[in-house]
Design a protein around this ligand. Structure first.
Ligand SMILES: [Ca+2]
Length: 335
């Protein structure tokens, strides 16, 4: 995932965890009644900017719908939008990890200021001089699949240097149950103004209690921050018309996950508008070995599974063409 850094910073894979904020559940006393609200069944993804209350209700409804016959689980991601402030759900690390308001986090060195994605509160990790900081919560995952942990992030660093591991910027880790799901490097210089959605597929641990933790290891003599907002659990990632979620702002091809892989991996990309899309996989000689997408697609957050069971170990390039935009990334098949 670390290559994602070139575009944004965080490298969060696809097969980890997150799906829509569940502390909302507790605010909806009788969720089972909502299970009949089938009109919401096709509008699953909620990283939304609608008013907090609406979001809470919708999130709860979707959660319950996806729970099918099972009962609605409670409070999987407490205070996932951070609007309940400090001391509510999240365990903050050392002095630089805080749940706070955009105003509180404003700084002359962070320009323009970071605005929360929802409401007035968000979380910030990071710091200065090899500070290691974390934010964690034990989450009860609903016993439904697929299941994704979704969150929105942006980063700011106080240098304009290129990302170079811990020498510049900071290392960002997403950890679930003590396993590092993804690592990447935070390397933006006050140039990322929008929130980017990341997610991990946590289907494999659906129904369990999991500790979700972000960790940031800051470089020496550099202020580097990771901002988080709207941590949720969801069963669907694509944007559907009328779902209330904004389509992606830019076309973005993400690093596949896992990588290296054997034999399957997941490729994600964001499509801001309807486009004719091709997603191909080529070997290092330029030969096309797979064509995963070939057709017109609507805007949204796309996920494609790629199985290389028929291919030899090696480096492959996957190439996204969406309208006039072409992006490529490498991946490694390692048997
Ligand atoms: Ca918020």
């Amino acid at each position: 995932m670390s290559e994602i850094v070139n575009q944004s910073m965080l490298a969060v894979g696809d097969n980890s965890f997150v799906r829509v904020v569940l502390d909302y559940v507790r605010e909806i006393p009788n969720l089972k009644e909502n299970k009949g609200a089938r009109s919401y069944g096709g509008a699953p993804d909620f990283g939304t900017i609608i008013e907090e209350w609406s979001m809470k209700i919708l999130a709860s409804i979707v959660l319950c719908l996806s729970a099918l016959a099972s009962r609605c689980p409670a409070q999987q991601v407490t205070n996932g939008n951070f609007e309940n402030g400090r001391g509510s759900g999240w365990i903050e690390g050392s002095q630089y990890t805080l749940v706070g308001t955009g105003t509180f986090f404003s700084s002359p060195s962070i320009q323009p200021p970071v605005d929360p994605r929802s409401g007035t509160w968000m979380a910030r990790l990071g710091g200065y001089a090899y500070n290691i900081d974390s934010l964690l919560q034990t989450v009860t995952l609903p016993n439904t699949t697929p299941l994704y942990l979704v969150f929105y992030a942006q980063t700011r660093s106080s240098t304009a240097s290129e990302c170079a591991g811990l020498f510049v910027g900071a290392k960002v880790s997403l950890i679930i149950n003590s396993s590092v799901i993804n690592e990447s490097y935070l390397c933006n210089y006050n140039d990322l103004l929008s929130w980017t959605r990341y997610y991990v597929d946590v289907s494999a641990i659906a129904g369990t209690s999991a500790t979700v933790k972000w960790k940031v290891e800051s470089a020496d003599a550099v202020w580097s921050y990771l901002y988080l907002d709207d941590v949720t659990l969801t069963g669907t990632l694509d944007v559907h018309s009328g779902s209330g979620e904004k389509p992606p702002a830019v076309c973005r091809l993400e690093q596949n996950f896992p990588n290296p892989f054997n034999p399957s991996t997941v490729i994600r990309y964001d499509l801001p508008s309807e486009s004719f899309v091709t997603l191909t996989v080529n070997d290092m000689l330029g030969r096309e070995v797979a064509r995963l997408v070939d057709g017109r697609q609507g805007p949204g957050y796309k996920t494609v599974d790629f199985s290389a069971a028929h291919l030899p170990s090696g480096v492959y390039v996957y190439r996204l063409r969406a309208g006039a935009t072409v992006q490529m990334r490498k991946m490694i098949l390692l048997r």
